[in-house]
Write a protein of this length. Structure first.
Length: 351
C-alpha cells in the first residue's frame, strides 16, 4: 500500500511539472522504480487462491454446436430481436441486458403481457460455463435454455415453435442469415437452429477481470484490501460453494443450511427450489449455486431478488450457509474482493 501511495504522489506531483520530454522521462523512471520495488504483503493469499480458483477460460465450446462467425452473427441478431415475442415487445436482451451485465436489475422480470416471472433473471454472462441452466438446473446448456423463454406464456408468450419460425421465415434478412449459419442443414428454419444460433452467440459472452490477471501471476493488480477480502472469503469457507473459474455455477446447494433463508432475506414468498421440478423432498430449497462473476453489477440478489445490497447479501450468506457472523470490516473487504470479478463484454457483441 505504501508503494501505491508513493506512486500516486509521484503522478500528482508530475502534474505541476512543465510538459517537457525530460520531465516525462524522469516521472517514468520513478514510476518504474516504484513498480520494480513492489512488495506483495500477502503472498500466502495468492498461493492459497490458486488451490481454489482458476483463470476464466477464453472459450466456452459445445462440441454439439460448433461456433462459426455466421452462426454467432445470427445468434446476436436473434438475441436482440423483439420479434421473438408475441407482441414484438420482448427480446432476450430485455431481461438479460448486455449493457447491465446480462440482467435487468429487477427482482422479477416483466413479460410480454406485463406479468412478472417467478424467479430472478440470472445473467447470461459466462452462463455457457455453468453446470446447467436456470435456478433449478432444469436445462443442461444454454442452447436448451434459449428456447424456453420464447414459448413461456409469462415471458415472451409465443404459442409454438412453428409460430416462431414462420414469423422469422417471413423476414427477408433472416433468410440470408440462416442460410449462412447453417449451409448444410436440410431445413433452415427449425427451432433447433434458432437455439443453436443463440447459444453460439451467448458462448462469446465471457468476461475476464483483473482477478484473472492475479491468478495468472500478476499479484500487484489487487490492492491490499482486495487481498484481505480474498483471504477472508477463503478462510470462512465461501469456497465450499464458490470456487473454480466461475466462483460458483458448478454445484447445487440448499439455501439455508443454518436457518430458513426467508427469515433473513425477508422474502415475500417461500420458493421450494428444485423440489418444484422433481417433487423429491430432498430437493426442497435446493438451488444452483450462482457464479460470483460480475456480482457487483447483477443485483438484486438471490433467486427472488430479495436483497439489493451486496454487503447485506454477503452477511446473509455467511450466516445462513456457514453460521458465521462477519464483522463490518470483513464484509467491506470481501465486497472489495468481489468487485475484482467484474469484467466487460466485448464491444462487438453489444447491440
Amino acid at each position: 500500500m505504501k508503494n501505491k501511495i508513493v506512486l500516486g504522489l509521484v503522478i500528482i506531483g508530475g502534474l505541476t511539472i512543465a510538459c517537457s520530454s525530460e520531465s516525462s522521462e524522469k516521472i517514468t523512471d520513478i514510476v518504474e522504480e516504484v513498480e520494480d520495488n513492489y512488495v506483495d504483503n500477502y503472498p500466502e493469499v495468492y498461493s492459497k487462491s490458486t488451490d481454489f480458483f482458476e483463470v476464466l477460460p477464453t472459450e466456452a465450446k459445445n462440441p454439439n454446436n460448433p461456433s462459426t462467425d455466421a452462426k454467432i452473427k445470427l445468434g446476436k441478431k436473434l438475441y436482440f430481436d423483439v420479434r421473438l415475442s408475441k407482441d414484438n415487445t420482448q427480446s432476450c436482451n430485455t431481461c438479460h441486458n448486455l449493457d447491465t451485465y446480462g440482467v435487468d436489475n429487477n427482482p422479477f422480470s416483466e413479460g410480454n403481457d406485463g406479468e412478472l416471472g417467478g424467479r430472478n433473471s440470472p445473467t447470461t454472462l459466462n452462463a455457457a460455463l455453468h453446470i446447467a441452466q436456470f435456478w433449478d438446473g432444469r436445462e443442461p446448456d444454454i442452447e436448451a435454455q434459449a428456447g424456453g423463454p420464447i414459448l413461456n406464456p409469462v415471458e415472451m408468450a409465443m404459442h409454438s415453435e412453428e409460430e416462431v419460425m414462420a414469423k422469422l421465415e417471413a423476414i427477408d434478412e433472416y433468410i440470408d442469415l440462416f442460410d449462412a449459419a447453417f449451409p448444410d442443414a436440410p431445413k433452415l428454419f427449425t427451432y433447433d437452429n434458432l437455439k443453436n444460433a443463440i447459444g453460439a452467440f451467448e458462448r462469446q459472452l465471457l468476461t475476464p477481470s483483473k482477478f484473472d490477471d492475479y491468478l495468472a501471476g500478476n499479484t500487484k493488480v489487487l490492492t491490499d484490501q482486495e487481498k484481505k477480502g480474498l483471504q477472508t472469503f477463503m478462510d470462512v469457507g465461501c469456497t465450499s460453494c464458490h470456487s473454480g473459474a466461475l466462483l460458483g455455477g458448478n454445484s447445487y446447494q440448499k439455501f439455508g443450511t443454518f436457518g430458513d433463508y426467508w427469515e433473513l432475506t425477508k422474502s415475500e414468498n417461500v420458493d421450494n427450489g428444485k423440489f418444484d421440478l422433481t417433487q423429491n423432498e430432498a430437493d426442497k430449497y435446493i438451488f444452483k449455486v450462482p457464479s460470483l462473476r460480475n456480482i457487483e453489477k447483477t443485483y438484486p440478489y438471490f433467486h427472488d431478488g430479495s436483497v439489493e445490497d451486496l454487503s447485506e447479501a454477503v452477511k446473509i450468506m455467511a450466516k445462513l450457509q456457514l453460521n458465521k457472523d462477519l464483522t463490518d470490516e470483513e464484509t467491506t473487504n470481501v465486497v472489495a474482493f468481489l468487485n475484482t470479478l467484474t469484467g466487460e463484454v466485448k464491444e462487438e457483441y453489444r447491440q
